[in-house]
Design a protein around this ligand. Structure first.
Ligand code: GLU
Length: 368
């Protein structure tokens, strides 16, 4: 149900789904998974796939053991493996005529507002072009201190940035159980979780802790990020063929329900930014456009106060200097000074480079 009602879906697939314990690539599985993606696209959904496997495929290519790899070596191996990973995806997804793009993100791309906005725009444009972005961490440059290290949390940030409605973490576990299912026969799969902390307190950690094994900890961290971003998240078993279809049919997974609405989360994200860096004064025509839910264009801008960078948090004032909205600027103050009052089709010639057409995109603006 949650999946059916979603417009934008992020699916994370772990290395163990792509490569089995004997280092054999699970080609047939990926082929079946591509049918799942095709079905989502046919339902007019936007899809992002966050895929691990660069290091595993790099190790396979070089015939070396993944265990005890030093960081510098793993960076080189990820660089070798990433192209293998994309080739594998491209070959397989081609069969279903799915257009793919690659996005390699670092921690900074998701944590720094200006860069996160850029990433969001790229996702939006890829959706418009009908492409499915395959995302991974940029393991070749990320070092331990500035690294996610796991694609669970990366996927939850990607879901947040892309304003996704649903994130599915496919791995080799069916979800969160009341007890360790490997030890206790009466362990029950928890189907829906509203309050993560109180649920986890109730889970028996006797024997091998469910939370400590199989990477459940990072999945819970991802769920917390999703809960606060208005995104519904599932942990589901991805090992069998057509995992997404299986979720739709059997719902055999754990769903984490969001605490806040998506819009509220995004607005909070914008409003809770550090103090605004500048102001834009707009004319009545622009106020009318904003009232209709449109983006702010250069044509309606009369004046800019302060110095700010692209991505900074700024105030939007009406001609009586009353604060009308707040938002994240797609241009620096210097750029806006050059393009204020101009029609959007003049921006490129004036600045001398291609840029966005909105000064503040509607998704990045909150009326006050
Ligand atoms: N980015 C890593 C890779 O592609 C995987 C991280 C993870 O397993 O979560 O190998």
């Amino acid at each position: 149900m949650y999946l059916k009602n979603s417009k934008t879906v992020v699916i994370k697939i772990g290395s163990s789904l792509l490569i089995d314990g004997k280092s054999v690539i699970r080609k047939k599985w990926l082929e079946e998974f591509s049918k799942d993606v095709k079905e989502l696209l046919n339902q007019k959904k936007n899809v992002i796939v966050v895929s691990s496997g660069a290091i595993a495929l790099g190790c396979k290519k070089l015939n070396i053991n993944k265990k005890n790899l030093k960081l510098d070596k793993s960076q080189a191996i990820a660089s070798i493996g990433q192209i293998e990973l994309m080739n594998l995806f491209k070959k397989t997804f081609n069969k279903n005529k799915i257009n793919l793009s690659q996005m390699l993100l670092t921690l900074e791309d998701t944590e720094r507002r200006g860069r996160a906005i850029n990433a969001k725009r790229t996702f939006d444009n890829l959706f418009k072009l009908g492409y499915v972005p395959i995302v991974n961490e940029n393991d070749s440059t990320a070092t331990t201190e500035i690294k996610y290290g796991d694609n669970d949390r990366l996927a939850s940030r990607v879901a947040q940035i892309s304003s996704a409605d649903c994130l599915i973490l496919l791995s080799d576990v069916s979800g969160l159980y009341s007890k360790n299912p490997k030890i206790f026969k009466d362990a029950k799969l928890i189907s829906e979780i509203n309050d993560i902390n109180s649920t986890i307190k109730k889970i028996s950690t006797k024997g091998i802790s469910q939370l400590g094994s199989g990477g459940m900890e990072t999945k819970i961290e991802a769920a917390k990020i999703c809960q606060n971003s208005g995104c519904t998240m599932a942990i589901a078993d991805g090992l069998k063929f057509r995992p997404i279809k299986r979720i739709n049919t059997y719902n055999n997974c754990t769903w984490f329900l969001p605490k806040v609405s998506k819009l509220h989360a995004r607005k909070k994200w914008i409003i809770s930014s550090v103090s605004p860096k500048g102001e834009i004064i707009i004319d009545d025509g622009a106020v009318t456009a904003l009232e209709k839910g449109k983006s702010l264009l250069a044509a309606g801008i009369k004046k800019v106060n302060g110095n700010f960078n692209k991505g900074d948090h700024i105030k939007v004032l009406n001609k009586d200097l009353k604060e009308y909205a707040r938002g994240l600027s797609s241009f620096s103050s210097d750029e806006i000074r050059k393009i204020q009052g101009l029609h959007s089709n003049k921006i490129k010639d004036t600045l001398g480079y291609v840029s966005k057409s909105e000064v503040i995109h509607k998704d990045d603006m909150v009326e006050v």
